[in-house]
Design a protein around this ligand. Structure first.
Ligand code: PHE
Length: 487
């Protein structure tokens, strides 16, 4: 028989385990920094409430009704609703997105593992900001080291997934999530003593629309058009929306998968609220721990993916018992990343088991190996290889050496391209389709039964959101990007 979560609490813990991860602690602060703070956070919170919440409810209930991997769940539910079986493409794109995301997620998680050893060795003690930056640069510019850590992390992910959902996940998450929360609070309290706290609050919560809506270059200066006017851009809005999906693990079937292991009798409304609130709380705490250090040490908030690795070690190097607290922090962050990684790979593994009859171990090793290979692209991005470097030889090979990547694309490397393509495009489109399917395609009595809301008022609100509000907002952002209309 197919297993289920042993209790409602373990489902919450597993879903929080999936949601809380590098997205909250590594990615949220650095993208907030890159897109100028206040308005970005507002846009992100807006998307969490109006898009993330309703779509999470939809995804959990689809999963619970289908009781299979996302591909087969979508096949079955479309059949049940008399709709086109092509809806299962949603499951396919989810599997692809999951593998692509995991390919770079694992490289960053590898950096986190490396940092737990660096913290425990006392390497950060009394370092200057420059010294800490040097430690980071020497790690990321060494492809062999990154590859070794990436390999270790992928092996651990494969091991945990091969053991099955119940075996690996439930126990790990029960203890580690609360511990991570406590540690973050300690770091925020420390950050209050650094002198940069007020500036950080100002940066995070005072809206500055210019920084959000107008394009800037790497140095933070505004780009100008021929008339000397600033250039309007939707990219930050797209990243904020994409991050709402990413941080809640939505739009690619991870939460649908976890919903499929959920028992019929639990009410999902309250659970969703808990998952979303905890995830948001962790992200905001991470920001409050990191930005004070940025300002107190005169660092650049837009430092990019290295931000946590260049700031937090400064705190660990200067506080009492910093080596111990730092080690603890990176170890916990590693576990948070592992519990997210498991949910990124699980839809593909479950599909291989169900549809191709593979044993769990074999399925996991296959997917893990493919993901491992893709991850190598990210490793080279960190040592400076750009998309241009990858495409130029290809273009010359086929005899088109005069072709160059356009300006928009040449700023990307393999890692940033995959990140943008998955988080800002694939996940929102996946989420949009999930909302449309749950709101318009499924029969109302099926969704109503799935919800089993305690309060009768919640269902119509959810239905309205998932039918009109969430898809409309996602569509608006996309239509603006491709320039079909402007407002
Ligand atoms: N939500 C995870 C994080 O914030 C990442 C993730 C994305 C996990 C999509 C599963 C699916 O780190």
């Amino acid at each position: 028989m197919r297993h289920e979560w042993s209790s409602q609490l373990t489902f919450i813990l597993a879903a929080v385990g999936s949601a809380v991860g590098l997205g909250n602690i590594w990615k949220f602060p650095y993208i907030t920094g890159e897109y100028g703070g206040g308005v970005f956070i507002l846009a992100y919170l807006f998307c969490i409430c109006l898009i993330g919440l309703p779509i999470m409810l939809a995804e959990i209930s689809l999963g619970r009704r289908g009781k299979q991997s996302p591909v087969n769940t979508m096949l079955q539910l479309s059949q049940e609703a008399g709709a086109n079986p092509a809806w299962s493409l949603l499951g396919w794109s989810g599997m692809v997105a999951g593998c692509l995301i995991l390919s770079y997620y694992s490289v960053i998680a590898g950096e986190v593992m490396a940092y737990s050893f660096r913290a425990s060795s006392g390497m950060f003690n009394h370092q200057t900001a420059d010294g800490i930056k040097g430690i980071y640069t020497s790690l990321v510019s060494d492809p062999e080291k990154l590859l070794a850590w990436h390999t270790i992390f992928m092996s651990l992910t494969v091991l945990s997934v091969a053991k099955g959902v119940r075996g690996g996940l439930e126990k790990t998450v029960t203890f580690l999530m609360p511990a991570l929360l406590v540690l973050l609070i300690i770091l925020v309290l420390y950050a209050r003593t650094t002198g940069g706290f007020e500036q950080a609050i100002d940066f995070m919560f005072t809206p500055d629309t210019d920084k959000f809506f107008y394009a800037r270059n790497d140095l933070g200066n505004y780009l100008m058009d021929a008339n000397g006017d600033k250039i309007f851009t939707w990219e930050p809005m797209m990243v904020a929306m994409g991050h709402a999906f990413f941080t809640l693990s939505l739009g690619m079937g991870a939460i649908m998968m976890y919903g499929s292991y959920l028992n019929r009798h639990v009410s999902i409304g309250k659970m969703t609220l808990i998952i979303v609130s905890l995830d948001t709380l962790v992200a905001l705490l991470a920001g409050l721990a990191i930005f004070p250090l940025v300002f107190a040490n005169g660092l650049n908030p837009a430092a990019g993916p290295g931000l946590i690795f260049e700031t937090l070690p400064l705190a660990f190097g200067n506080m009492t018992d910093g080596a111990l607290i730092g080690t603890f922090f990176f170890v916990l962050l590693f576990f948070a990343a592992l519990s997210s990684a498991i949910s990124l790979i699980e839809p593909s593994v479950a599909w291989l088991i169900e549809s191709k009859g593979l044993r769990r171990i074999k399925a996991t090793v296959w997917v893990g190996t493919v993901v491992w290979f893709i991850g190598i692209g990210t490793i080279f991005s960190f040592s400076g290889t750009t998309l241009q470097d990858i495409f130029q030889p290809l273009f010359s090979w086929v005899g088109f050496e005069h072709i160059e990547l356009s300006q928009t694309f040449s700023k990307y490397n393999f890692f940033t391209a995959i990140d943008f393509f998955t988080a800002s495009i694939m996940l929102p489109i996946g989420g949009l389709l999930i909302a449309v399917f749950a709101g318009w395609v499924m029969h109302q009595d099926s969704t109503e039964r799935e919800f089993s809301f305690r309060s009768r008022h919640v269902y119509p609100v959810w239905q309205f959101m998932v039918r009109y509000v969430s898809p409309f907002l996602v569509l608006m952002v996309f239509l603006n990007i491709i320039g079909i209309f402007k407002f």
